[in-house]
Design a binder for this molecule. Structure first.
Ligand code: HEC
Length: 152
C-alpha cells in the first residue's frame, strides 16, 4: 500500500520533470547515445523499482532489501547471476526485456561498482528474456540455497 502511494507520487514527479525538459532529453539522445541510454535506465528504475527500493537504492531493510554492494558480490556466483531479474519485482514488472536488461546493468554499475567483479560481463537482453521466464516464487529460499540469507 505505502509502496503504491510512493510510486504514484514518484511517477508524477518524473513525468513533470520529463515534460519540463523534452528538448534537453532529445538533445542528449542525439549527442550522447550512451548517456541517454543510462538516463532511460535511471528513469525506468525510478518509475518501476524506487517505490519500494527508494530512489537511492537503499531499500527499507528488513522489509525491502538494499540494492547496494551485495548484488555486485553475488555476480561472482554463477547461480546468482540472473537472480536480480528473476525476483518478482523485476520479473513481473511491466518493463520490456530490453528495458529490464538496462535497469539491471544500471543497478550494478550505479550501486555496486565497488563489489562488481572486474570480469563481469553485462547482461544481454537474450539472457534476461530467458531468465525472466524462470521467475522465483520463493526468492528468499533461492537466495539462501545459492548464496546466503540477508545480513541482519
Ligand atoms: C512492490 C515493491 C517492490 C518493487 C516495485 C520492486 N521490488 Fe525488488 N524487492 C522487493 C522485495 C520485498 C524484495 C525481497 C524479495 C521478495 O520478497 O520479493 C525484493 C528483492 C529484490 C532484489 C533482490 C535483493 C537481494 O539482495 O536479495 C532485487 C535485485 C530487486 N528486488 C530488484 C528490483 C528491481 C530491478 C525492481 C524494478 C524493476 C524491483 N525490484 C521492484 C520489493 C519490490
Amino acid at each position: 500500500m505505502a509502496c503504491e502511494k510512493i510510486n504514484n507520487k514518484l511517477f508524477a514527479a518524473v513525468f513533470i520533470k520529463r515534460g519540463a525538459m523534452p528538448l534537453a532529453l532529445s538533445l542528449l539522445m542525439i549527442v550522447l547515445p550512451g548517456a541517454a541510454h543510462s538516463a532511460t535506465a535511471r528513469i525506468n528504475y525510478l518509475l518501476h523499482c524506487s517505490g519500494c527500493h527508494l530512489p537511492g537504492g537503499q531499500g527499507n531493510p528488513p522489509n525491502v532489501p538494499t540494492l547496494h554492494q551485495e548484488l555486485g558480490r553475488m555476480m561472482g556466483v554463477a547461480a546468482m547471476r540472473t537472480y536480480l531479474v528473476r525476483v518478482p519485482g523485476s520479473a513481473y514488472s511491466s518493463l520490456s526485456d530490453e528495458e529490464l536488461t538496462a535497469v539491471a546493468n544500471w543497478i550494478l554499475e550505479e550501486f555496486n561498482a565497488e563489489t562488481l567483479p572486474a570480469d563481469f560481463v553485462p547482461f544481454s537482453a537474450a539472457e534476461v528474456t530467458r531468465a525472466r521466464q524462470e521467475s522465483l516464487s520463493d526468492p528468499l529460499r533461492y537466495r539462501i540455497e545459492h548464496w546466503r540469507d540477508y545480513e541482519q
